[in-house]
Design a protein around this ligand. Structure first.
Ligand SMILES: [Fe+2]
Length: 191
């Protein structure tokens, strides 16, 4: 992994410039991932306080930036053994691993969506995402995942979204029963 010096401010500036241009998801992911790659390869870009689980919990979720253009940047920490079942995002997103690794299981929805509150998911792929790697969330197309930290130490990620997650109604899926439950992020640990 190459060590770079790219700051959060520079990242926000470059991403905001990109979002000002014509809406083109391919370009956004293409250039956006190259910026995020620089950020996650810059160890000094994120303060230590955002690289550890919050309080006595095994998880941390910290707001790093939110702008009028909808750009949301957070640091997410998964403690050893941490797990989050399948859920969606309802906005484009990019997740870059900064430290350690996360096992990401992607699912695709295969039912015909005619039953309220019910979905059938099929496992699509399992990826161990490592430092410097980025995974993309594409609304409606490829955005349902489960996260597991199968290692014995914390994993640090930077998440970038095109919409504030606070109050955004999303879905989580029960693989056994097919039940869909709605949820929304209420707050982050630092605000
Ligand atoms: Fe997620």
């Amino acid at each position: 992994m190459t060590v770079l010096k790219y700051s959060l401010d520079e990242f926000v500036h470059d991403m905001s410039d990109l979002m000002e241009g014509p809406a083109d998801q391919e370009k956004l992911f293409d250039k956006g991932s190259s910026y995020l790659e620089r950020l996650i390869n810059s160890p000094d870009a994120i303060p230590d306080e955002f690289r550890n689980p919050s309080g006595n919990s095994n998880h941390g979720s910290y707001l790093l930036h939110y702008g009028d253009n909808g750009l949301l940047v957070t640091a997410v920490v998964w403690g050893a053994g941490d797990h989050l079942g399948p859920h969606d995002h309802r906005t484009w997103g990019m997740i870059g691993v900064m430290d350690n690794a996360i096992t990401e299981t992607r699912y695709r929805r295969v039912d015909d969506r005619d039953r309220d509150g019910f979905a059938i998911l099929e496992k699509d792929r399992v990826t161990v995402v490592k430092p410097g790697d980025i995974s993309l969330l594409i609304p409606e197309v490829d955005e349902i995942h489960q996260m597991d930290n199968h290692t014995d130490r914390s994993t640090v990620e930077i998440h970038v979204y095109g919409h504030d997650l606070r109050g955004l109604e999303r879905s989580k899926f029960d693989l056994e029963t097919g039940k869909i439950s709605h949820f929304a992020t209420k707050k982050f640990n630092n605000c």
